[in-house]
Design a protein around this ligand. Structure first.
Ligand code: SAM
Length: 250
C-alpha cells in the first residue's frame, strides 16, 4: 500500500462529534520491507522530552490495567483480531503517562495499531510502521476512519455497485488450507470484495471485512472456527450435527 491518504477525524466511538481541530495530513512511505504511516498534527505547545526515569513513576499495577475493557474502550480496538496486541487501557495509560498533545509517537511495530490509535486520540503526531500487511491495514483503518457513518455507507454502496462488474475469482489459485475455511460461494464473495476494496483503497471497510472472517457465531463468514487464531472447529461442530454452520447464506 503505497498511497497517500488524508484522514477524517471524527469520534471513532460513535462516528459523530467531529473534533474541530485542523485535519491531519498523512503520508505513507513504503520501504523494501516495511509499511509506514505518518500523521502530522499541528503542534500544540513546545514540550520537552520526558526522561526515561519517569518509567518508575508509572503505576504498573494500576486498577485500570486489570479486568475487561470490552465495554469501555474505543470500539475501534475491536475492529479485527490481532495476536499480540496491547490491552487498550494499557496503551492509553502509557500514552497518557509519557506524552503530551503535540508530541510525536513513533510506533515501529504497530501491530493492529493500539498504541498508534491511542496516541492519535491523545492529540499526538503518529508515525506507525509494521512489516505485516495485515497489521498495516488495521493500523491504517484506525488512524484514518470515516468522518461519519454516512460517508462509510456511501463508500460501501459504491463498492457494492463495483462488485457487480467484477469477474468471478478462480478458487484454484487459493491454497487448499484457506479454501477449507469457507463455502466456495462465500470465498468467492470475500475475494471479490477484497479486490474491489483494495482497488478503491477503502482500507477501513477492508479492515471491517477482515474482522468478520472467522468465528463460530452467526454473522461471521467462515465455517466454525476460532476468532483470533483461526483454526477450524470441526470436532466441536461436526458437519452432520450442525449443517446450518456449513451452508452458504446469501
Ligand atoms: C507484539 S506485535 C505489536 C503490538 C503492538 N505494538 C501493540 O501495542 O498492540 C509485534 C509486531 O511487530 C511486527 N514486526 C516484527 N518484525 C518486524 C520488522 N522487522 N519490522 C516491522 N515490524 C515487525 C509484527 O508484524 C507484529 O505486528
Amino acid at each position: 500500500m503505497d498511497n497517500v491518504l488524508t484522514g477524517g477525524r471524527g469520534d471513532p466511538r460513535h462516528f459523530e462529534a467531529q473534533v474541530p481541530r485542523q485535519r491531519p495530513t498523512a503520508t505513507q512511505t513504503s520501504g523494501a520491507s516495511t509499511n509506514q504511516l505518518r500523521i502530522d498534527l499541528p503542534p500544540i505547545g513546545a514540550v520537552g522530552p520526558h526522561s526515561a526515569s519517569r518509567i518508575s513513576a508509572v503505576s504498573l499495577a494500576s486498577a485500570e490495567w486489570a479486568g475487561s475493557v470490552c465495554h469501555t474502550e474505543w470500539t475501534f480496538h475491536q475492529l479485527s483480531p490481532y495476536i499480540g496486541k496491547s490491552k487498550s487501557s494499557m496503551a492509553a495509560a502509557l500514552v497518557r503517562e509519557f506524552t503530551l498533545p503535540g508530541h510525536t509517537v513513533y510506533e515501529p511495530f504497530s501491530g493492529c495499531g493500539s498504541i498508534a490509535f491511542e496516541s492519535w486520540v491523545a492529540g499526538c503526531n503518529v508515525i506507525a510502521n509494521d512489516l505485516s500487511p495485515y497489521a498495516n491495514l488495521l493500523t491504517r483503518a484506525k488512524l484514518f476512519p470515516y468522518g461519519s457513518l454516512e460517508l462509510a455507507l456511501d463508500d460501501l454502496h459504491r463498492s457494492a455497485a463495483a462488485i457487480k462488474k467484477e469477474a468471478k475469482p478462480d478458487l484454484r489459485s487459493v491454497p487448499k488450507w484457506v479454501r477449507e475455511f469457507f463455502h466456495p460461494d462465500t470465498l468467492r464473495e470475500i475475494l471479490t470484495w477484497t479486490a474491489v476494496l483494495r482497488r478503491r483503497r477503502n482500507w477501513f471497510l477492508l479492515a471491517c471485512l477482515m474482522g468478520i472472517l472467522h468465528h463460530q457465531r452467526p454473522g461471521f463468514l467462515s465455517f466454525p472456527s476460532s476468532h483470533s487464531v483461526p483454526y477450524l472447529r470441526l470436532r466441536k461442530f461436526p458437519r452432520e450435527q450442525f449443517p446450518e454452520m456449513y451452508k452458504y447464506n446469501q
